[in-house]
Design a protein around this ligand. Structure first.
Ligand code: MG
Length: 440
């Protein structure tokens, strides 16, 4: 059985994901690379149980462990890049309450790639752990990594101008790790801050960790009643940010990415990197600045690694995960918040006005069960004509939209995405996608 999915190892606590698994995976990591490893966690209840098990595994293999406590995933990645040889983040990001996970971080602060994951997994299954002799078992220290991270962000945006504006911001950190960063960062940069769900609570009593539009009605109401400039919400480990405009409306994540790409390219042109599932809006704003979009498979690690290789100026996903290369090569929720405030400050515009400047498209998606994904994809690829991108599944471009058919890497399903200028056309494209996958 494959342990690593698209985001490290995830599972239901004490069913799929036990302390024993956490310890042995960490012993595998320590066998792979004995060195200094930072370990931290989101606010999930099983964080200590899994974190200390992972710590024991690392110490047993002679690693030096720096326990950074509860912190957002990007905060831990930022620390690892400059201070450790690797990282372990105990998080299940946006998954439901009963889940947790282990995410491994490479020495440069990026997520482990599949090659490194495979090596760790092989060691795990062989059980061939390189245990240290008693003298060389590791030591553990603790450190507060948050102040340096906030400074790092505020040094990379126009903090002075943000301060001058004195924005009024409501923040729903969803009882997740972002509670320890974003409200404090906003205060430091002169905002009037109102928090919702900023207590650390792994039962996530008020909303699920995934910040979808339907669970942010409370935040939207608070923004309107306060007359705030902006509402901000994170997922459980705060590598993603979504926004509510001053009228209380949810800002579509693809529109958000387009607003940021447009702003970045207005200062410096260059390559933009995003997964094939992202909106045509990204291409439109890139073309305005004579810049190129490079597509990657779906998954933030592909975006981050491609950005690094191509020295891209900006990149991200259409789910509120944005990567700023001047800061670090991973999705970063707090950095995204700071950048959005910078854009509002520099342009002197409301977030709804910035969103109105982005072209309108409609997107829809569905998924179907599919036992034999390989053969259906082969049939689609051999019959598809015209402009087809095979970066991840088959993305078929039409004059007035596109259709993406993508086999899941982890489940027996095929996902179908479509985007076009009108709702009617999107539904037509989606119908075509369903027809093409009929043999599933
Ligand atoms: Mg996340």
């Amino acid at each position: 059985m494959k342990l690593f999915g698209t985001n490290g190892v995830r599972g239901v606590v004490n069913q799929d994901l036990t302390p024993e698994l956490a310890m042995k995976l960490s012993m595998s990591l320590g066998t792979f690379m004995r060195g200094t490893v930072a370990i931290g966690q989101d606010t999930r209840i099983s964080g200590n149980m899994l974190g200390y098990a992972a710590t024991a595994g690392l110490l047993a293999t002679g690693c030096k462990v720096i326990n950074v406590g509860v912190a957002p995933t990007p905060t831990i990645q930022y620390f690892v890049r400059d201070n450790a040889d690797a990282g372990v983040v105990i998080t299940a990001s946006h998954n439901p309450r009963e889940y947790n996970g282990l995410k491994f971080i490479a020495g440069d602060g990026t997520e482990f790639g599949s090659d490194a994951e495979q090596v760790v997994e092989d060691i795990y299954y062989k059980g061939d752990f390189n245990l240290a002799n008693w003298r060389e078992t590791g030591e553990m220290s603790t450190v507060d990594i948050i102040p340096a991270y906030i400074d790092g962000i505020l040094n990379k945006v126009n903090s002075e101008m943000i301060k001058e504006r004195g924005f009024n911001v409501a923040v729903d950190t969803g009882c997740g790790a972002g509670s320890l960063v974003t409200p404090f960062m906003l205060s430091e940069v002169g905002c009037k801050v109102t928090t919702l769900n900023a207590q650390l609570d792994g039962t996530f009593p008020s909303r699920q960790p995934e910040p979808t539009e339907d669970v942010l009605t409370e935040l939207s109401g608070v923004v309107v009643s306060l007359g705030a400039d902006l509402g901000v919400a994170h997922d459980g480990d705060a590598d993603r940010s979504v926004f509510i405009d001053e009228k209380g409306n949810f800002v579509n994540e693809d529109v958000l990415l387009a607003i940021i790409v447009k702003h970045v390219l207005s200062k410096k042109t260059g390559v933009v990197v995003t997964p094939v599932s992202s909106s045509q809006r990204i291409v439109d704003v890139a073309e305005e600045s004579n810049s190129n979009v490079v597509w990657t498979p779906v998954g933030s690690i592909y975006v981050a690694r491609t950005m690094k290789k191509l020295n891209a100026v900006i990149g991200g996903e259409g789910n509120g995960g944005v990567i700023f290369p001047e800061h670090q090569y991973c999705r970063d929720g707090a950095m995204t918040v700071a950048k959005v405030l910078e854009i509002m400050a520099e342009k002197g515009k409301k977030i709804s006005e910035l969103a109105d400047e982005i072209p309108t498209y409609f997107m829809n998606k569905t998924k179907i069960k599919c036992a034999d994904r390989d053969s259906i994809m082969q049939t689609i690829l051999s019959s598809a004509s015209g402009n087809v991108d095979t970066t991840d599944g088959a993305k078929i471009w039409y004059d007035d939209g596109w259709l993406l058919i993508r086999p899941s890497g982890t489940e027996p399903i095929v996902r179908i995405f479509a985007e076009a200028r009108t709702e009617n056309r999107v539904n037509e494209l989606l119908e075509m996608g369903l027809k093409m996958t009929k043999g599933c």
